[in-house]
Design a protein around this ligand. Structure first.
Ligand SMILES: [Zn+2]
Length: 240
């Protein structure tokens, strides 16, 4: 019908099938040329805001491009509610310029690299707050951009948007979102590998678990992802 975009094609497939790591990849292909984005949640099992948000994001309708979501990157740790799985911290298995060091990390990176994405977003939820003397040490309430062109400005713009529109006044100022340090491809983290190996915008998103409830953290992460994707030219739509 005129004025209506072509229906998106939604597909799903499984990586690490028939292993404890078995997890699903969701692809929303709008069949309209545009950016390719990957969202990864649940790389640590005790950070449910990320994987709950990603479970929602996998269902989003978008206006153009292709959205790939791996909601539960680390199913063993998620089932246990633990930071790590038996191989340690999954987010330390992605050395820049080298092959990822566990089968699960290789499978996740294989998915990401196969799409040659324009942006990769990795959702976390820290126990503390970045550069504040409150609560436990941590890196929450911040968006960490790669060194790729435009990424830092996207993080600054997005944290400003969050603080203006999505931070309830009941939260003290130390909950205001910050732009974190640059992710410069020097550490074996997933988004560092995005910086070093793909040289594309990538973001670590960290909401804090300190004094917050899961629903609030999820809402924050959903708004951050929607805004970051919008900055890349991919907009969430609300048809039907
Ligand atoms: Zn984390």
């Amino acid at each position: 019908m005129q004025g209506k975009s072509t229906a998106a094609i939604r597909t799903k497939y499984t990586i690490r099938e028939d292993t404890p790591d078995e997890t699903d990849v969701y692809v929303t292909d709008t069949q309209e040329s545009g950016p390719t984005a990957v969202v990864v949640g649940g790389i640590q099992g005790n950070e449910p805001a990320g994987y709950e948000a990603a479970e929602d994001i996998k269902t989003w309708s978008i206006d153009q491009g292709t959205l790939i979501t791996i909601p539960r990157a680390n199913p063993v740790a998620i089932r246990r509610g633990t930071y790590s799985n038996d191989n340690g911290n999954l987010n330390r298995k992605f050395p820049p310029g080298e092959t990822p060091t566990t089968p699960l990390a290789r499978a996740i990176w294989g998915v990401i690299a196969s799409y040659d994405p324009d942006v990769v977003i990795n959702l976390h939820s820290s126990k503390g707050i970045y550069r504040e003397d409150v609560g436990p040490d941590g890196v929450g309430q911040a968006i960490y951009p790669t060194t790729a062109s435009g990424a830092a400005q996207d993080a600054v713009n997005t944290k400003g948007y969050m603080n203006e529109f999505h931070l309830d006044e009941s939260f003290p100022d130390f909950y205001r979102f910050k732009c974190g340090n640059l992710i410069d491809g020097t550490r074996p983290l997933l988004v560092h590998k995005v910086d070093a190996d793909l040289d594309e915008p990538g973001f670590i998103v960290e909401s804090t678990r300190y004094g917050t409830d899961l629903q609030t953290r999820c809402r924050w992460e959903l708004n951050i992802v929607r805004h970051l994707l919008g900055r890349q030219g991919m907009h969430r739509t609300y048809e039907n």
